[in-house]
Design a protein around this ligand. Structure first.
Ligand code: S3P
Length: 435
């Protein structure tokens, strides 16, 4: 693990690198939790081995599954959703919003009481967006007075019905789709904008009837069959490399990356900004995956990202902020107020970091504006306890003049434990520990 305070300097910007990115975080969480709901043995090859996804393993154990971690795979052995056990203790979801929200949905299926908590960041994040719609399906669930965790759920009998979600959130949608598996009738969930659909795809592959219509997704109750999953590479982790290539005029090739169109909005933005992006789907079994090569231009051009695009690149927006600061002309992101309730307030955290590095970036309620991009300089910046902010600021450091001192570098263990070693080994940066 990297020290909390590190010094990052731009590397030699090699002409071309090929990178193997870790397994997808969203798919790993779901493979684990759907393994808990399936009856039998689930095998997960190439899982993301990181702090967040291990929180989902802990949830699977807490609800009664047997979990085995080996070098080759993760194995989940479960009696299925009809036999989930009331947890014996409060479940600690750490920093993982996906673990907590999906687990709240699953707790609806467990007769008895489930209590979930997390670290200080997770306890600040909104949970009523999950507990309120669950209430519409007949489940009692409580948050703290400010809407945060700890959350308590009294599970038992989920009613069928129709729920219209006010927030575009794949985590919330997935929580309801999981609760629907044990309902007394079909459940339809309508979302305001299409969000990532891994849960729908994976449940369908496990034999569940999933009806995807213009007015929502309907799940017909049932127990999913256990499967063997091979987790594709995470496009949200690959994005740090793609952004680095775009900023430095280098070329990065990433193989076996998840290419679900609900996750590749960042590639569309990179193209608009002038990067050359080659995308080729190799296989399409449950999820499309393949190769992506990004080559940076001499100079990036400014761009505008609007609300409709946000779900397709929500986790990559910190990187868009970095690119905007180096692009010629005006850039703007709007409709991204959700960034304020991620692992940190990402609008503020990225704005603060980039301004410290000399960028002329203004924070808006729901995004950022840069009138004209320019140079970035060395500075002392803070990850705000947020893994994606730590990595996005490190990518900015790789394109800056002068060393960047980053506090909170250790937080990358949440989603990409080997990030700094790989980034340094590729020659993108030189990193030294300060504290
Ligand atoms: C995720 C959904 C997104 C994303 C998060 C993972 C998921 O959050 O930001 O990193 O796995 O479903 P929201 O659903 O809250 O937008």
């Amino acid at each position: 693990m990297r020290a909390a305070l590190i010094r990052i300097e731009a590397g030699s910007a090699p002409a071309a690198v090929t990178v193997e990115v870790p397994g997808d975080k969203s798919v790993t969480h779901r493979a684990v939790l759907l393994g808990l709901l399936a009856q039998g043995t689930t095998h997960i090859r190439r899982p993301l081995r990181a702090e967040d996804t291990r929180r989902s393993l802990a949830v699977a154990r807490a609800f009664g599954a047997r979990v085995e971690e080996s070098a080759a795979e993760w194995v989940i052995e479960s009696q299925g959703l009809g036999a989930l056990r009331e947890p014996g203790a409060v479940i600690d979801c750490g920093n993982s919003g996906t673990t907590m929200r999906l687990a709240i949905g699953m707790a609806a299926l467990v007769p008895g009481l489930t209590v979930l908590t997390g670290d200080a960041s997770l306890c600040r994040r909104p949970m009523r967006r999950v507990t309120d719609p669950l209430g519409q399906l007949g489940i009692d669930a409580w948050t703290r007075a400010d809407g945060g965790a700890p959350v308590a759920v009294r599970g038992g009998s989920v009613h069928g019905g129709r729920v219209v979600l006010p927030v575009a959130s794949a985590q919330v949608k997935s929580a309801l789709l999981l609760a629907a598996l044990g309902a007394d009738g079909p459940v339809t969930v309508e979302e305001p904008m299409a969000t990532r659909d891994h849960t729908e795809r994976m449940l369908a592959a496990q034999g569940i009837t999933v009806d995807r219509g213009p007015r929502g997704t309907t799940i017909f109750p049932g127990t999913p069959s256990p499967l063997t999953w091979t987790v594709p590479g995470d496009p949200s982790s690959a994005a740090f490399w793609w952004a680095w290539a775009a900023l430095t005029g280098s070329r990065v090739v990433t193989e076996d990356v998840l290419l679900n169109p609900a996750r590749t909005g960042f590639l569309r933005v990179l193209r608009r900004m002038g990067a050359q992006v080659e995308e080729s789907v190799r296989t399409n079994d449950v999820e499309p995956l393949g190769r992506v090569a990004v080559t940076g231009p001499d100079r990036l051009s400014g761009t505008t990202v609007v609300a409709a695009e946000v779900p397709g690149l929500v986790d990559e927006l910190p990187l868009v902020a970095v690119l905007m600061c180096r692009a010629a002309g005006r850039s703007e992101v709007s409709g991204a107020g959700e960034l304020r309730v991620k692992e940190s307030d990402r609008i503020k955290a990225m704005g603060d970091g980039l301004r410290a590095m000399g960028a002329d970036i203004s924070d808006r309620v729901d995004g950022w504006v840069v009138e004209r991009g320019g140079e970035l300089s060395g500075a002392r910046v803070d990850a705000a306890g947020d893994h994606r902010v730590a990595m996005a600021l490190s990518v900015a450091a790789a394109a800056a003049r002068g060393p960047v001192l980053l506090t909170g570098a250790d937080t990358v263990a949440i989603s990409y434990p080997g990030f700094f070693d790989a980034f340094e080994a590729a020659g993108a940066v030189r990193v030294s520990s300060v504290l």
